[in-house]
Structures are given as structure tokens and as C-alpha cells.
Design a protein around this ligand. Structure first.
Ligand SMILES: [Zn+2]
Ligand SMILES: [Zn+2]
Length: 394
């Protein structure tokens, strides 16, 4: 089976590259993936697969093998691009000004269409069902994954496991990265408005200085990380925007503080957010001011199911060779694949796309991001292999 998949992945490699280039030159922002959705639906239809639209601009399709009810495995690709102007001078550069596939979601979608090509050829040779999940809006709250789940992507049929892959510009092409257990962080946004009473800076005794209160608050909130967080639980609280719009001789009425709280434990996440709210309100009150707290909940933390991840890592090692498997470090960024991981056993692994010799080294979310397209053949073949092997295991 491995041989067959590798042969088909090589046979379809040029198609997969062409699809990726088409998607790359026609990027669409989160929740606006209408042309991408039509394109993917047409590609699936050409393979004899029926797709069902979901979450407005997403879609789902099933590849049924023999005995389709035996087991179901879900494979996920995200399809959205970012508000970035592409700086690469390549034939497939973005044709939508100000929009760019700078996170590799074009590669994820192309790889999953590659899987569709490969596995429709082999459907008499595996048992069970592969569920192809093309989701919108990974890059924007509330995250396309949460809407796909709301609209039933994990039902009828329910996948026993969800598998997602993401390009990795820090990992050389040909290599695959895995990590068991906690991998990526929850991402909540914190908006604090500290209010006092502004006026002439020479008369602080008749005012309530929100700048001083905000300064105390920023320092005090770090205690939640240093004193309340369970020491073994990674966590970050960062404030990147503080606005006190007074002057050298003017104390303003209010100060706004904006930041992010990230962690890898849903229980601690809820407790940490509650503590932030309580401390902000009570500290400001104790200093004579008030604090309005708004928390924009983001993605949950991403947990790679240990047993599923161990199995997939072993199968990937079989497919690409043990020398091409690398360990991933914790990564405090967020990823909406985390929503699936909170509901079903899930594994999110990394597909190496770096090529130093060819100068392909830029990070995701930069205007010069690109991938070594050899990764597409590996991405499509490996994902097909993992799905088939996971269907065999019970
Ligand atoms: Zn991204
Ligand atoms: Zn991404």
C-alpha cells in the first residue's frame, strides 16, 4: 500500500503543484473563501466526489472504502489567506492586491485535494471512510473550525480521529514534526479600560490618575503568571498596546490596555481569566478608579492525543524514514484546529517546507513567505498513508 500511495503521489505531484499555484494566486480572506470553495467543489466533483457546503464557505466530502461504516478518519485543511501584500516575484504570485497565502493554507488545501486524488484510486483497497474537511477562516476569530463543529462536521459520520497538517518554514522539506500532548496555546484577548478623573498634571491630589493605576495594574497582573499559574503549565500574559492620551501637563480620564493571555490547560485558562478580571477591577477600585474588562475568547489550547500521535508518528516514520521525523517544541501561538482536539482525538503535525539552498526560509505571516513545493507530494502522500493506516488500526 505504501508503494502504491507513493507512486500515486508522484504521479499527481504536478497536479498538486498546479492546484497550489492556482490557490496561491487567488487568495481570499477569512470567511470570504467563496471562489476557493467553488474551486475545491469542482475539483472534488471531477473525482466523482460529492461535497457538502458547511459554515458558509467551507465544505466536506467523504471517500468511502469497502465497509464504509467500519471506521471514519477526518483530514482537515484550512483555506483562508491573510491581509498581507505579497513581496515574492514568482509566476504564481497573488493576484488579489493586499491578500496573500502567507500561512501556507493553499498548500494544505492542495495537499488534501491530492489526498482526494490518491484515495479515490485506492478505495477498493481500504475499509472505512475518509472525511475530507476543507474549513474556512483559520486566521480569524471565532475560527472556521468552531463553525464547522457547530454545523456538524464531527457528526454523520463521526470521525474517530482528526488529522491536520501545517507547513513549517523552520523545518527542512522532507522532514515531518510531531509532538504528543500539549502543543499550541489558547489565545484570549484582554481589553482593559482604566478610568479615573483627568485634569491638570500639577494638581494630582484633586484627580484620580488612571496612568498610575494602569502602571500598577500592568505590573500586578504578572503575579497571576508568577504566583497563581501551576508551575508546570506554560502560560503567557503580554500587553502590547497601552494608550494614555494625555500630555506632559495633562492627566487623561482613561487609559486603555490591550494584550493576550495564552496557556495550555483549559481549567487554568478559565481560572487565569477570572483572576485577571478580579484583579483589574479590585486594584483599580482600591486606587479610586474603575476598570472595565472585556475578554475576547479565542481558540482553546491544542492537545495532540498521545496515542493517536504516537501511532501517526510511527506510520510517518515508515513513510518518510525515521531520519526524517523531528520533535516539535511547544509553540505559544494559536491554531483553530484546537477546537477539534477538544472534541475528538486529534493530531496536528508539521510538514517541512524550508529550503535554505533555494532561499526559502521566510516565516509564516511575512510578505516573502513561500514553500518548497516538493512538500506537496509528501504532504498529499503522507496524509493519505496516515488515513489508511489509521483506518486499519482499531
Ligand atoms: Zn497563520
Ligand atoms: Zn496557518
Amino acid at each position: 500500500m505504501k508503494q502504491k500511495i507513493q507512486t500515486l503521489a508522484a504521479k499527481f505531484a504536478a497536479d498538486t503543484v498546479a492546484i497550489r499555484r492556482h490557490l496561491h494566486s487567488h487568495p481570499e480572506l477569512s470567511f470570504h473563501e467563496t471562489e476557493t470553495q467553488k474551486f475545491v467543489a469542482a475539483q472534488l466533483s471531477a473525482l466523482g466526489l460529492t461535497s457538502q457546503p458547511m459554515a458558509d464557505t467551507g465544505l466536506v466530502a467523504l471517500i468511502e472504502g469497502k465497509n464504509p461504516g467500519k471506521k471514519v478518519v477526518g483530514l482537515r485543511a484550512d483555506m483562508d489567506a491573510l491581509p498581507i501584500t505579497e513581496a515574492n516575484d514568482v509566476p504564481y504570485r497573488s493576484q488579489n492586491p493586499g491578500v496573500m497565502h502567507a500561512c501556507g493554507h493553499d498548500a494544505h488545501t492542495a495537499s488534501l485535494l491530492g489526498v482526494a486524488r490518491i484515495l479515490t484510486q485506492l478505495k477498493d483497497e481500504f475499509e472505512g471512510t475518509v472525511k475530507l474537511v476543507f474549513q474556512p477562516a483559520e486566521e480569524k476569530a471565532p475560527g472556521g473550525a468552531s463553525l464547522m463543529i457547530r454545523d456538524g462536521v464531527l457528526k454523520n459520520p463521526t470521525p474517530a480521529g482528526m488529522i491536520g497538517q501545517h507547513v513549517a518554514p523552520q523545518i527542512p522539506v522532507g522532514k515531518i514534526g510531531f509532538r504528543e500532548g500539549m502543543y499550541m496555546a489558547s489565545t484570549d484577548e484582554i481589553y482593559l479600560t482604566v478610568r479615573g478623573k483627568g485634569g491638570h498634571a500639577a494638581m494630582p491630589d484633586s484627580l484620580v490618575d488612571p496612568v498610575l493605576i494602569a502602571s500598577h495594574l500592568i505590573v500586578a497582573l504578572q503575579q497571576i503568571i508568577s504566583r497563581n499559574r501551576p508551575p508546570k503549565s506554560p502560560s503567557v500574559l503580554s500587553f502590547g498596546r497601552v494608550i494614555a492620551n494625555g500630555a506632559t501637563n495633562v492627566i487623561p480620564n482613561e487609559v486603555s490596555i490591550e494584550g493576550t493571555f495564552r496557556c495550555m490547560d483549559e481549567t487554568w485558562r478559565a481560572e487565569g481569566l477570572a483572576r485577571i478580571q478580579r484583579m483589574a477591577e479590585t486594584l483599580c477600585d482600591s486606587m479610586g478608579g474603575t476598570c472595565e474588562v472585556f475578554i475576547q475568547k479565542g481558540y482553546p489550547y491544542l492537545e495532540n492525543h498521545p496515542e493517536l500521535t504516537r501511532r501517526l508518528r510511527a506510520e510517518a516514520s515508515e513513510y518518510v524514514g525515521p531520519e526524517n521525523i523531528v520533535d516539535l517544541d511547544l509553540w505559544m501561538a494559536g491554531e483553530d484546529f484546537a477546537f477539534y482536539s477538544q472534541v475528538v482525538d486529534s493530531c496536528f503535525y508539521r510538514l517541512g517546507t524550508r529550503n535554505e539552498a533555494r532561499g526559502i526560509t521566510s516565516g509564516v505571516h511575512t510578505p516573502t513567505f513561500d514553500i518548497d513545493e516538493k512538500a506537496l507530494e509528501i504532504g498529499a502522500g503522507l496524509m493519505s498513508w496516515l488515513a489508511v493506516r489509521e483506518l486499519v488500526s482499531c
